[in-house]
Ligand binder design. Structure first.
Ligand code: C2E
Ligand code: CA
Ligand code: CA
Ligand code: CA
Length: 273
């Protein structure tokens, strides 16, 4: 029992809840960050494996903290979720993305679809789909240029099916992020109105190192193909990984091997090519 208690303590010690002071401080600062516009977006290109063409961008939030400098999302998103601030922060992201997309459109650049990460808290809001529709209308932005990334846990909930369908009917593209890392049921995959799955980096890093990861990726690609789902692999860093994914007909690639997430100005040069 003593051993158990110790482990438990260790476990909770690393979580945010016991690090209350730090978390509370950041939570307060998140609120201020929203008011002071300290958030901005980096965009990571997604590349078609076969052609090398740009197929889309993923929007990744960044926080320029006045004292701490750049705070990574892995540090503040969990706090934003715990405090519920993820809802206004998520809306902020969508506003920033729509505004940027319009800037590129007005500059005559070719339209590119931008993927936005959603958190469960946002998704669980009442009238979530209608709210998203309103934000896009404000920017006169067409939903087909926005892709919504949700996780398996969010997608698999029965009561979420109508929301997913509604978003799909509104014209959004839906993708399942971090595919294979949470509770997956192939039966649900059959029913979900999603068009895309994103293979998580944890599988990709196993390529040419772990035959089991390779087998899982090959199986995911095979099933996705039969279900007419587009697959994008994330966290692709090496030529070996890229070759394996190409050989197994993975549609798109996102990862440092092509591009890191970068500011809008640098993406603009890419769109001009
Ligand atoms: P994610 O959605 O799985 O995003 C992919 C993460 O992998 C990003 O980290 C990206 O920079 C990183 N990445 C991309 N390619 C590579 C690669 O080749 N190698 C390695 N090592 N990493 C790569 P980032 O930007 O730090 O974001 C971390 C997480 O924070 C995201 O994971 C997502 O869950 C969350 N997040 C980011 N932006 C938002 C947002 O606007 N809203 C919400 N709710 N969550 C967000
Ligand atoms: Ca994502
Ligand atoms: Ca992901
Ligand atoms: Ca991930």
């Amino acid at each position: 029992a003593k051993q158990e208690g110790k482990n438990q303590y260790r476990f909770f010690d690393t979580s945010l809840s016991t690090n209350t002071e730090e978390a509370m401080e950041l939570a307060g600062q998140l609120r201020r960050a929203l008011e002071k516009d300290e958030f901005f977006i980096h965009y990571q290109p997604q590349i078609e494996a076969r052609t090398g063409k740009l197929t889309g961008l993923e929007a990744l939030i960044r926080w320029q903290h006045p004292v701490r400098g750049l705070v990574p999302p892995g540090t503040f998103i969990p706090i934003a979720e715990e405090t519920g601030l993820i809802v206004p922060i998520g809306e902020k992201v969508l506003h920033l993305v729509c505004a940027q997309s319009k800037i590129w459109q007005r500059a005559g650049l070719p339209p590119v679809r931008i993927a936005v990460n959603l958190s469960a808290r946002q998704f669980a809001q009442k009238n979530f789909a209608a709210r998203l529709g309103e934000i896009l209308e404000e920017h006169e932005m067409e939903p087909r240029y926005i892709e919504l990334e949700i996780t398996e846990n969010m997608a698999m909930k029965d009561d979420m099916q109508p929301v997913l369908q509604q978003l799909r009917d509104q014209g959004f593209t839906l993708s399942i992020d971090d595919f294979g890392t949470q509770y997956s049921s192939l039966n649900y995959l059959k029913k979900l109105p999603v068009q895309k799955i994103k293979i998580d980096r944890s599988f990709v890093t196993g390529i040419s190192r772990d035959r089991k990861d390779e087998a899982i990726i090959a199986a995911m690609l095979h099933i996705a193909d039969r279900l007419n789902l587009t697959v994008i692999a994330e966290g692709v860093e090496t030529q070996e990984q890229l070759d394996f994914l190409k050989d197994n007909n993975c549609h798109s690639i996102q990862g440092y091997i092509f591009y890191k997430p970068q500011p809008a100005e640098e993406i603009e040069d890419l769109l001009k090519e």
